[in-house]
Design a protein around this ligand. Sequence first.
Ligand SMILES: *Cc1c(COP(=O)(O)O)cnc(C)c1O
Length: 503
Amino acid sequence: MLDHANHPAAPETFSGDRGLDHEEPLLFEIGRADVTGVDIAEPEPFASRLGALERKGPIGLPGLTEPEAVRHYIRLSRKNYSIDAGLYPLGSCTMKHNPRLGEKMARLDGFADIHPLQPQSTARGALALMEELSRFLLALTNMSAVALSPKAGAHGELCGLMTIEAALRARGEARTRRTVLIPQSAHGTNPASAALLGFEVRAIPAGEDGIVHADAVAAALDDSVAAIMLTNPNTCGLFERDVVEIARLVHEAGGYFYCDGANFNAIAGVARPGDMGVDAMHLNLHKTFSTPHGGGGPGAGPVVLSARLARFAPVPFLLREGGELRLVEHANETQSLGRLTAFHGQMGMFVRALSYLLSHGGDGVAQASRDAVLAANYLRARLRDVMTQPFGDRICMHEALFDDSFLKGTGVTTLDFAKAMIDEGYHPMTIYFPLVVHGAMLIEPTESESKSSLDRFVSTLRALAESAKRGETERFTQAPRHAPRRRPDETAAARKPVLRWRG
Ligand SMILES: *Cc1c(COP(=O)(O)O)cnc(C)c1O
C-alpha cells in the first residue's frame, strides 16, 4: 500500500499508482504458471534417469512475458537510490562516480566473454591486463607483490591474515602468536576476519584526538602478537600520524603490520603504505578505483604484500618467465598459502579499475585523492557551526565525522536525521559508525561532486539541523514521508529475514 496520507490534498488514484511511482507486487504475485517468456517446444517424452529424485509436481516458478519481467525490474529500479541518481555520501563506502569508459572496456568481447577454465595460451590479453593492473597497484603502494584473487575488502583481510599466518608458520611461531591488535574504531570486518582464523582480538584504545598513539600499541605488545590491523586514514576520517612508529614497534616485537586499505582513496598517489612499514593491505577496487558496488556490481579486494610476506601469497599469481606471462595455479610449486577462491578474481573489476588508472594517470589519481579530501573539508567547514564534530576542529581526510551532540534535547536521533535526508532526495550518510563516536554521522562526498552539488547538500543539511533545533521533531520522527515504504524495521529484516515466498 502506498501511503496517501502524505499528500492529504491529492485525491487517491483509481489504479493505486501515483504518476511515475508505480506500486509493484512481487514476481510471484504477477506471474502465472501457464505463461513463459521463452518459446521452446515441449521435449519428446523421454525416460528419466533421476529415479525417485524426479520432481512430481510443478516447479512453482512465476511465468512472465519478457515485457512483464522488464517492467517489473524497471519499476523496482525507480524505487532505488543510486550514485547515478544523486549524491551518495555514505562514509567509508566511497560511492564515487563509476566512469562510463570502465563499463565500455569491461564489455569488450575479449574480456566480457572470457572463461576462467580457458587455456592460459588463449587468454594472453587478460593476463597482460592483470599484470598491468598489478604494476599500478604496486607502484601506488610501494609494495612487493599483489594477490589479485580476493573478492572484497573483507576477503582481502582474510587473505592478508592467512599470509601472515603462513609466514609465522614458516618461522615456527604460528602456534604461539595468536593475538591480533585492533583499534576500537575499526570496521567490524577486522575483528571478524581475525576471529575467523582463530586469533584472539586485543582492542587498542584511541586517544582523545581520535587516533591511535604509539604508546598505546607499545603497552599492548608482547610475544603473543601476530599482527596489528590498523586502518589509515582511520574510520574517523583522520590520518594515523604515529603510523611509522607503530610499524616499527610491531616489527620489533616480531609481529606484522596489516593495514586496512579501504580508505586508500584519501592518499592514493600522494603517500605510499610501503613507506609506512605496512606488510599487507587490501585495496578495495570498488572504492578507491571506482568499480561499481553496493547492488551495482561485485567487489574486488586485491592484497599488496611486503617483501617479507610476498612468497607466501595465495595462488594463482602471475609469473613472468623468459618474457612469457604465466599464471601459477598450484601451491606445491611455491611456499604459497594455497588457494582462496575457485578462479582468478573479479576480471570485470580488474578491467574497470585499470581503465580508471590509465585514464587518470599518476597525477590524476593524486588529484582525485586531494579533491576527495578537499570536498570533505569543505563540507566540514560549512557545517561545523550547526553540527558537532567529535575530535575538535581538525582538518579531516576524505570523510567528515559528526556526532549527535547538536541534536541533544531536540528529541531527534541520528537515525531520524538520516531518514529526513531521504525526504530531501539524498541518500543518508553512514550512521552509528564508527562505534566509538556517539550517534556518529560519517559523510564522504568523494571527489565526484561539483561545488554547486556540495553547496546544495550543505544548505539542505543546515536547514535540517536548524529545523531540529527549532523543535520541528515530527519532520524527523515521521520521516521518510516521500519514500514508497516509509521506515521498515531494519533490525527485524536482518534478524528474521523472510526469504521464501509462500503463496
Ligand atoms: C568497506 C570497508 C571494509 C570492507 O570492505 P568490503 O569490500 O565491503 O568487504 C573494511 N574496512 C573498511 C574501513 C571499509 O570501509
